[in-house]
Design a protein around this ligand. Sequence first.
Ligand code: PEP
Ligand code: MN
Length: 337
Amino acid sequence: MIYHFASELTDDEISLLSLYLDEKHPCAPHFIFRGAEAVVLSCGMALNIPDSLNDKLIATYDTAGDYQLSSRHYKASTVTIPLRGITIGNGTDTALIAGPCSVEDATMIDSVADTMHREGLHILRAGCYKPRTSIYSFQGLGSVGIDMLLDIRQRYNLLICTEVCAISQLDDVLRVADIVQIGAKSMYDYDLLRACSQIDRPVLLKRHYGSRLEEFAKMAETLMVHGKENIILCERGIRTHETSTRFTLDLCGVEWLRRNLRLPIFADPSHAMGEAYGVEGLACAAMAQGVDGIMIETHPEPHKALSDSKQQLTLDQFRQLHGKLNTIAHAIGKQIV
Ligand code: PEP
Ligand code: MN
């Protein structure tokens, strides 16, 4: 259930309400935050509201379930996320966000940024903290990589999307991130999600490859219980019985998310396919489906990449893909930003 109280509710009244609910419903966590149009109270069940606050209760939303602040039952329209020069989730623009899996050195990240800039695109993706399955694999440049991204951000005026894998990295990542990425493997990291629910920067939450859509929705809700709305969901492929491709891009899931949740949705064909050859086809399919953004891995020399080398497009392949996506965008009344 979600309750809206008049914005005039004082901080003292909010504290008293919270104490009252703790006593009446000790096993039902509740969350209260000051939203744009009301003081919002959200809880997984119906609550006893003290009589003294009845006249300040302005709306009740029967959004029973574990994802409600994120649900379209609560608010029908998609959350829009304004960034420098673009808006995500506005229904007409599709963000083409691209870059290498990892920042490896200043020269390679510069050449990707130069390509993005020349293509007229806005968001560069690149990881500095890499959650690799093998502890012996390249783990990212960390803080040194963040410095390289800072330089790129300034020189090319690009927005930066980069991953955080642990709370201890958050301050460093926030030095440069215009969008903070929470990777698939961290989707269930409750502490990290709680920490990211408190930051002002938009969060891109990738779906765990073993998660059901409802679980993904519940993790998005975890980010929203303190009033955070600037959240992007990213479908990046799930594990099925199929082993010939790295994962399976769940475009049905994209439809379910779009129908049920009010958050913008990106698709990431690169991690789903795991091989460069299928990325174009999947990206075109997602574009035709009308997603809010498409994330592509691209590298000046993919065969030399220190992570995800098989799935990264060359810069030439990326430029060609951009051209194809533009044609589809035009056909469906959208534009790529
Ligand atoms: C990435 O974006 O490079 C990445 C590690 O993706 P995922 O978390 O989806 O595996
Ligand atoms: Mn990667």
